[in-house]
Design a protein around this ligand. Structure first.
Ligand code: AMP
Length: 431
């Protein structure tokens, strides 16, 4: 049998491919990244790109040793003579913060807004919207702890999905406080759960010793049942004055900018370096449990990676999930476009001439040509299949006169143009 792609990966295919769906249409992907680029660069974000593989330690410290990602889902990279200390990146933030520290980006005006997009890798159980190689758009802001930065980050995430045409989206906003607040909350959770230790899932038993807050994130039904039964108080009840003020400011700015959100006390980010604002972006068509994306402030991360203290905040959304959401809402994506000009020679000797004219036209427009001589009927059919706007035929008469017979494939209009005037014709955008 012919070799197949690995489980949990997808090919992104050209328009018109027989097995095409929205989430594997390469042009749809590009539409998402181009829209994100437009929105984010209007706000001053600059593009950054970091390696697809990094030191395993970066991910352990950058994502957190107690997370499922690090414990169960990392792809290790081996090659001849290697110690196996590299992994394929499961997310974008750790690599970007590493690059910021390593390349002295602190010297650039702060806050520094960065964005990127690209593949991420997690060895997950594969299901709809859950892949082993998936793609994210990422936005990170480094060098400011101001609540305005948080509000702008949330607003820009909403702007991107709105500009793409999604309507059925909402933000769940929370705050996980400062380290002291979290310590108090974890102590509360430890007291609360210890008498019920036996009822917790094995994963959560371990979480209770390492980081009790992560139990709230558990996907286990028993854990969720226990959480409801014990009426666990939310992290928001434990915010100190400073974190509470910051959270109030973020909400105030979002309201002033008409960005809808719900305060969701259940949002948690259990790792040490997360701080204050955390949020998720949800969509009705992708299932209640699965977010389109999420974000949060991570003021302790740079220090955790061995650098100086650099406040930071960022978000990411999954492109595949976003495309599924667009499909669920019936948002139409830009249609594939064929060439503006398609040239075909009617006899072999004029094929190179047609090619030369088309190549000249390529300087200004999308132009294609036939690689062999064609009869008018099949040339028009070919032009139509390729979605061409104008089809031009070149026979010996046209070659001798220096003309082109053009037909508009959409309106049926026909005209003869002097090849010397082709440039003018293109320039006047009548092509
Ligand atoms: P996270 O980095 O886990 O907060 O994920 C951010 C977003 O990336 C999620 O909301 C999803 O849209 C997307 N995502 C995460 N993991 C996967 C996956 N395995 N397959 C597809 N998309 C994913």
């Amino acid at each position: 049998m012919a070799i197949q792609r690995p489980k949990g990966t997808q090919d992104h295919l050209p328009d018109g491919s027989p097995k095409l769906s929205t989430d594997i249409r390469a042009s749809a992907f590009r539409h998402v990244t181009e829209t994100a680029q437009r929105v984010l660069e209007r706000a001053g974000a600059q593009f950054i790109s970091t390696p697809l593989f990094e030191e395993a330690d970066l991910v352990k410290r950058g994502v957190g040793g107690s997370t499922d990602i690090v414990r169960k889902e990392m792809f290790t990279v081996y090659y001849f003579g290697d110690h196996g200390g590299f992994i394929l990146r499961p997310e974008g933030t750790a690599g970007i913060v590493r690059a910021y520290l390593q390349n002295g980006l602190k010297q650039l005006p702060a806050p520094l807004k960065l964005w990127t997009h690209g593949p991420m890798f997690r060895a997950e159980n594969v299901q709809k919207g859950r892949l082993r190689q998936f793609h994210q758009v990422d936005y990170e802001v480094l060098g400011s702890a101001d609540a305005l930065v948080d509000a702008e980050a949330v607003a820009l995430m909403v702007d991107v999905v709105r500009e793409l045409g999604l309507k059925n989206v909402w933000v769940k906003l929370g705050s996980i406080g400062d380290p002291d607040d979290r310590e108090a909350y974890n102590a509360y959770l430890l007291d609360l759960f210890t008498p019920h230790l036996e009822r917790l899932s094995d994963d959560s038993k371990e979480r209770l010793t390492r980081n009790p807050m992560r139990i709230l994130d558990s996907k286990s039904a028993e854990d969720q049942h226990l959480l409801t039964e014990l009426k666990v108080r939310p992290m928001l009840d434990f915010l100190g004055t400073e974190a509470a003020t910051h959270f109030g400011q973020v909400q105030g700015y979002l309201k002033a900018w008409n960005i809808d959100f719900d305060v969701d006390p259940s949002i948690v980010r259990g790792l040490d370096y997360y701080r204050r604002t955390a949020w998720e972006l949800h969509h009705g068509g992708v299932g209640a449990k699965s977010a389109l994306g999420g974000g949060g402030r991570y003021d302790g991360l740079a220090e955790q990676l061995g650098g100086s203290v650099v406040p930071g905040i960022g978000w990411a959304f999954g492109i595949e999930r976003l495309l599924l959401a667009l499909e669920a809402e019936g948002v139409s994506l830009p249609e594939p476009r064929g060439p503006l000009l398609y040239l075909a020679a009617l006899d072999e000797e004029n094929v190179p001439y047609a090619a030369t004219l088309a190549r000249k036209a390529q300087a200004g427009i999308r132009a294609e040509f036939a690689y062999r001589a064609m009869k008018p009927g099949s040339a028009f059919k070919d032009a139509e299949r390729r979605g061409a706007v104008w089809a031009g035929l070149i026979g010996s008469e046209e070659a001798a006169n220096g003309t082109l017979s053009l037909k508009n494939m959409q309106t049926g209009e026909q005209k003869v143009v002097e090849t010397a005037e082709l440039d003018d014709f293109i320039a006047l955008s009548r092509l």
